[in-house]
Design a protein around this ligand. Structure first.
Ligand SMILES: *Cc1c(COP(=O)(O)O)cnc(C)c1O
Length: 377
């Protein structure tokens, strides 16, 4: 078996090469590398896909989160609740803006923050909650939104890993990931569910004023040219990335369906193994499987990863250190032991290769090796 990739962008590209190459060539011919026609076209198509009023394309997912918090007018000292088990960007932007990150524990099966933990963390200074729809599955948004309404909190969804999934509310309403709170944020980093060929991101909202504020902040705080009404940043999606995304958006649902099929294969092949906990599906959320993350006993995890590596199978530990134990985020308020679920997850999780191009022979090779490890080990 050849070296198996964690993410196979090459095969995915080759299938749409003609279309993507033509779209890029069109931008090259136009030389409108910034604010070109492809950006507004992709924006419109992404608004239609999400069923949302405004998409604001920006430079990357981290910028989307930062601009979202700036657009809400949060001030230094305001508390923002985030899960402690996530990618660092979620809390990084909170810290950069001089806001106070307040971290909470997560659910041991969905890996997402729980409403119960959020409720306990709310203080009079709390202004916003940032649920992260980790690995592609939505956090328990119905309960989180209810809490937010009761306590007058803004909800900014970190949907960087969950584009293509949906959430079913108890009244029958179905919403796309990132479209439930005040602002949703996503990343178009190449390996994300909808990835471009470099960096890219977007935030989205149904609120006209928040959209206008975000658009202005992303463009140096400008509304009328060279009139700067607020302090902003420079963050834009370039025309080449938008052209690529506009082509790939048409295939997004198919990419997600392929990820689900691969996950179903892993599930079927691994579910009878007592040493492995396969990812549990939430009853309310569909899953876009940005990652397929199993849990294995702590004393076996690294040995399994090494065994797989020796057999040409990559795997990743997302994430090895929760936020509250990161050096840069050390805080007298937190110590080891405060968030037992996240701390345990960081020692037992292992993400297996997951992408839109996984074939059954590769899946069965990988799952056979995992079975072998546990039957021998
Ligand atoms: C990828 C990611 C981000 C940041 O996106 P970039 O485009 O890399 O800046 C933020 N949050 C989560 C959960 C992510 O997975």
């Amino acid at each position: 078996m050849e070296q198996i990739p964690m993410v196979d962008l090459k095969s995915q590209y080759l299938k749409i090469k003609d279309e993507v190459d033509a779209a890029i060539q069109e931008v090259l011919d136009s030389t409108a590398f910034v604010r070109g026609e492809s950006v507004s076209r992709f924006q419109r198509h992404f608004e239609e896909y999400l069923g949302i009023k405004h998409v604001v394309p920006v430079g990357n997912g981290t910028d989307a989160l930062q601009i979202a918090l700036m657009a809400l007018g949060l001030r230094p000292g305001d508390e923002v609740i985030t899960p402690t088990f996530t990618f660092i960007a979620t809390a990084e932007v909170v810290a950069l803006l001089g806001l106070t990150p307040v971290v909470v524990d997560v659910d041991p099966h969905t890996f997402c923050m729980t409403a119960e933990a959020v409720e306990k963390a709310i203080t009079p200074k709390t202004k916003a909650v940032v649920p992260v729809h980790l690995f592609g599955q939505n956090a328990e948004m119905e309960a989180i939104l209810k809490l937010a309404e009761k306590h007058h909190l803004f909800v900014v969804e970190d949907a960087c890993q969950s584009i293509g999934s949906e959430y079913h509310f108890s009244d029958g309403i179905v919403k796309k990931s990132g479209c439930m709170g005040h602002i949703g944020c996503t990343s178009f980093f190449p390996s994300k569910n909808l990835g471009c060929f470099g960096d890219g991101g977007a935030l989205f909202t149904d609120d006209d004023e928040l959209a206008a504020a975000a658009r202005s902040i992303a463009n140096h705080g400008m509304t009328v040219r060279y009139h700067h009404d607020r302090v902003g940043v420079n963050s834009r999606l370039d025309s080449i990335q938008a052209a690529v995304l506009d082509v790939k958006l048409k295939h997004l649902d198919e990419y997600v369906a392929n990820r689900r099929a691969a996950a179903a294969f892993y599930d079927a092949a691994l579910s009878d193994m007592p040493q492995i906990t396969i990812p549990r599906k939430s009853t309310r959320s569909t899953h876009s499987y940005h990652q397929y993350t199993i849990q294995v006993p702590e004393e076996k995890r690294n040995a399994l990863q090494n065994f797989l590596r020796e057999n040409g199978i990559p795997s990743m530990i997302y994430y090895p250190i929760p936020l509250h134990l990161q050096k840069a985020y050390a805080d007298a308020r937190y110590k080891e032991g405060d968030f037992p679920v996240a701390e345990r997850l960081s020692k037992v999780v292992l993400s297996l290769p997951m992408h839109s191009e996984l074939k059954e022979d590769v899946l069965s090779f990988m799952t056979d090796k995992i079975r072998t490890f546990f039957s021998v080990g």
